[in-house]
Ligand binder design. Structure first.
Ligand SMILES: [Zn+2]
Length: 240
C-alpha cells in the first residue's frame, strides 16, 4: 500500500475534520473506483473530549466506513501548525510520494486557527511540490504538482464554487462522523461540552447538507471552493 499512488488526497487539521466536511464526497469517490487517502496533520491532542487512544480507534473505525485506501497522521503539534520550511517539506514528501491529481484542504477562513494554517500550508506545499529545485529528505521523490486544490467547508460558511451531490451517501457520512463518538453528543458523557458536542451540531450538519443540496436540485450536498476557474462540461446535463 505504501508505494501505491492515490488519485485524491484530503488533508485535515484534525482527525474527523475530513469526515465532517466532505465524508459524503469521499465515499462517493471511493465508490466510483478512485484511490482516496486522508492525511491528518495533527492527532487532535488538544481536544477537550476523549484522548489520543480513543481518537485513534475512532479514526480507524471512520476510515473503514469511508472505504479509503490510505490514512496517515503527520503528527504536527495540535494548536500550532506552523507554516515553515520543515512542515512544507513534510507535506511535499506526501504529495510527491502519492502523486494525487486532486487535493482537498480546509478553507482559509475559519473558527479554528489550525484550519486556517492548514489551508495555507497545503496551498504552499502543492505549489512547491512542483518545483524541481525544491528538495526533500527523500531524494528519490520527483517534483509533482496536483492539478487542482479544492477547499472544504468547516465552521464558517463561504460562497461555494460548486456543490457535490451526496444524496446517496449522507447516511454513511453520518455513520463515519459518529464513529468519533467521544466528540459528539452523548447524554451519558461526563466530559465538558464543546462547540460540536451539543446535540444541535448534528442537526446543523444535516441542515447544511440539505441547504447546499437543495440549491443543486438534490437532497444533500457538500460545498467546495476553488481559487481557480473550473472548466465546465455540458455533459453533466446532456447525459441521461
Ligand atoms: Zn479541526
Amino acid at each position: 500500500m505504501e508505494n501505491q499512488k492515490l488519485d485524491i488526497i484530503a488533508f485535515g487539521a484534525h482527525p474527523d475534520d475530513v469526515e465532517l466536511s466532505m465524508g459524503g464526497t469521499i465515499i462517493s469517490l471511493v465508490e466510483k473506483g478512485f484511490k482516496v487517502g486522508i492525511i491528518d496533520l495533527t492527532q487532535g491532542e488538544l481536544s477537550s473530549r476523549g484522548n489520543l487512544e480513543t481518537r485513534k480507534k475512532e479514526t480507524e473505525k471512520a476510515s473503514k466506513i469511508l472505504g479509503i485506501h490510505y490514512r496517515e497522521n503527520l503528527k504536527f503539534k495540535d494548536g500550532s501548525i506552523e507554516i515553515n520550511e520543515n512542515s512544507i517539506r513534510r507535506v511535499v514528501e506526501v504529495i510527491r510520494k502519492f502523486q494525487p491529481k486532486i487535493v482537498f484542504a480546509p478553507y482559509f477562513v475559519d473558527r479554528h486557527p489550525d484550519h486556517e494554517s492548514s489551508a495555507q500550508l497545503i496551498k504552499e506545499s502543492v505549489f512547491f511540490s512542483g518545483l524541481k529545485n525544491f528538495t526533500t529528505k527523500n531524494k528519490s521523490l520527483k517534483p509533482y504538482r496536483p492539478k487542482k486544490v479544492f477547499y472544504f467547508m468547516q465552521t464558517y460558511p463561504f460562497e461555494p464554487t460548486f456543490v457535490y451531490d451526496i444524496s446517496s451517501y449522507f447516511d454513511m457520512k453520518m455513520e463515519a462522523v459518529l464513529a468519533y463518538s467521544s466528540q459528539f453528543y452523548n447524554p451519558q458523557s461526563k466530559e465538558p461540552e464543546t462547540f460540536i458536542s451539543r446535540p444541535e451540531f448534528l442537526n446543523y450538519l444535516r441542515a447544511r447538507a440539505e441547504f447546499y443540496g437543495f440549491q443543486i436540485g438534490k437532497q444533500y450536498g457538500e460545498p467546495f471552493y476553488c481559487e481557480e476557474k473550473i472548466e465546465f462540461d455540458f455533459q453533466v446535463y446532456l447525459s441521461k
